[in-house]
Design a protein around this ligand. Structure first.
Ligand code: FE2
Length: 226
């Protein structure tokens, strides 16, 4: 029952016992990205996503190319980085189902390309009312961190209506960092989408991860921890 579900106040949990993704599936994902990069090089604008573009949030701001992150304290004004999502095939879906979780509604591979941009930030956001299983294949740059925030006048665990209720924060002065981590590669990590989070130090590189989005209220019973 979604209404009675209270998400826990964790930021992330590493799950080292969950199976590694088989190499042939990793290679399949990397091929999709490489083909997308070729496609991107042929486009006149560097900001058009060649892969599937999500545009489902209620406010249209999370994905807006006009979004600006600001800080009066540091004088920062910058556009955030965006990422590109690629769908995997049925073999991937079957593997996830058999090895990782029986309950998910969305998964794939994502690349955050910071070669084309001056910005060092992936913008602060919630994921909507969901938990995300995250598996980093390439950190992009070794200094890149995943950051969790408490926003001024907001609860740490946000009250989100559904999995599409993505909330954002653009003023970094309103955010207090409560946790910051260099996520490990080739290890599943459970991220709490109810807590505002983003990515810092997106120095030149291609950060690549697999993701599995799950309805939060059923996660505890669905992950296939041995
Ligand atoms: Fe997120």
């Amino acid at each position: 029952m979604l209404n009675s579900f209270q998400p826990h106040a964790f930021t992330y949990l590493t799950l080292p016992d969950l199976p590694k993704i088989p190499d042939h599936l990793v290679q399949q994902g990397l091929r999709l990205i490489a083909e997308g990069q070729q496609e991107k090089q042929n486009l006149s604008t560097p900001y058009v996503d060649p892969g599937k573009k999500y545009a489902r949030d209620r406010h249209g701001e999370y994905f807006s190319r006009d979004r600006k992150l600001v800080s009066e304290k540091t004088g920062l004004e910058t556009s955030p980085i965006f990422n590109t999502t690629y769908n995997m095939d049925q073999a991937w879906t079957d593997w996830v189902h058999e090895n990782i979780t029986s309950v998910f509604y969305e998964s794939g591979i994502r690349v955050t390309d910071s070669y084309d941009t001056e910005s060092k930030y992936y913008g602060p956001h919630t994921d909507g009312a969901k938990f995300k299983l995250f598996y980093l294949v390439d950190p992009g740059h070794e200094a890149t961190t995943t950051v969790f925030y408490l926003e001024k006048d907001q609860p740490l665990v946000r009250n989100l209506r559904d999995e599409f209720d993505i909330q954002i924060a653009n003023n970094l002065d309103d955010l207090t960092i409560i946790d910051e981590v260099r996520l490990p590669c080739n290890t599943w990590v459970l991220l709490n989408g109810y807590i505002m989070h983003g990515v810092h130090n997106c120095l030149p590189g291609r950060r690549i991860h697999f993701f599995i989005n799950m309805p939060a209220e059923r996660v505890v019973h669905s992950i296939r921890i041995q």
